[in-house]
Write a protein that binds this ligand. Sequence first.
Ligand code: C2E
Ligand code: MG
Ligand code: MG
Ligand code: MG
Length: 282
Amino acid sequence: AAKSAGRNAIRFFDPAMQRMIDERARLQDELSHAVERGEFVLYYQPQFDVEQKIVGAEALLRWQHPLRGLLAPGSFIPLAETSDLIVRLGDIVLRQASERLAAWSRMPALARLGIAVNVSARQMHDEDFVARSLGIIRAAGADPSRLSMELTESLLATDIEATIEKMHSLRREGVCFSVDDFGTGFSSLSYIQRFPLSSLKIDQSFVATCVDNPRSAGIVEIVIGLADRLGLGHIAEGVETAVQLEQLKALGCRAFQGYLLGWPMPVEEFEAMALARVATSG
Ligand code: C2E
Ligand code: MG
Ligand code: MG
Ligand code: MG
């Protein structure tokens, strides 16, 4: 664009690119106001054991935008991750999840449920992450051992030593860690044994193809075997059909999450579903 603008014009951006930059700046601005105004809510997607009892939920962030309605994280998390906004958002998520756990601990039927929150690299790599997180969990009166943090492989691939230390500090207080979208990132197996992990989340791409594609069925089986062998739990994400569920069970899978079993839903809906379907023993 700079070249084609003619010899007298010095232009670094074409109008379309300028619009994109303006739009980004506007969204960034809106996001930080939304943080102040408290426009963020958590949706809860149930997680099931092999008997299809609910054992917990993944908390998934939604932005209740005053004009544009309910927005999924794909439309604002990547931008939030380019600044410390993601750290403030992460605190909001952890606070809401912890308050929910504290509330459930006073309801005998829900007291055993866990909540998983997603943690971005920039959050984890923030210096105060451990102290702030524990402060938030304690202030809410939540039991840290009901909380788990989902980390991506790319997070685990940077700043490794510091991350291991932070994870140990939180693990000592009871917080669990799982690897989200396992198998899609840096597939170095050597790190898995170095981090204090509790569970592997089998990525939805393997689940989506495990019925028709023997290779992906093989991967699912191997990941479960790997988790078992390392003393880790596992869960399959993105289970959408009954056929997938049966196939996953045949491959040895014992924990499930996906639209077939339950969509991400507002907390009241999740609690109603959980009251009917909760695991009462084990
Ligand atoms: P993720 O952690 O891998 O979450 C799973 C995503 O798959 C969620 O999308 C969920 O709604 C969707 N999903 C669940 N079951 C199914 C299914 O059966 N089929 C399909 N096709 N999709 C399913 P969502 O809520 O849009 O979140 C997208 C991503 O945004 C998450 O991926 C996570 O990486 C990120 N995210 C969500 N909440 C937070 C948060 O509080 N903090 C951070 N840092 N990231 C978050
Ligand atoms: Mg996740
Ligand atoms: Mg995932
Ligand atoms: Mg994902």
